[in-house]
Design a protein around this ligand. Sequence first.
Ligand SMILES: [Zn+2]
Length: 76
Amino acid sequence: MNIEAIEQAKQMWALENQKGTNDTPSEAELSRHLMNGMFPTCPSGGTYTINPNNVRTTCSVHTQAVTPTRGSIRAD
Ligand SMILES: [Zn+2]
């Protein structure tokens, strides 16, 4: 549940520093809000992308990309 912990740290960071939804904290900035003061590492060797506050943190191994629905009719 590292991503959940990162998300909680992002919320605390945003509150504490009065950041908006489009701001992205660094690993160092989040570390102080995380257990052990350390930014977590993926157990499968993935890379975390922190993303802005309104976008959930992703893992290069565990986060599934959203695949577009094939055959759907698009108006645009
Ligand atoms: Zn992972």
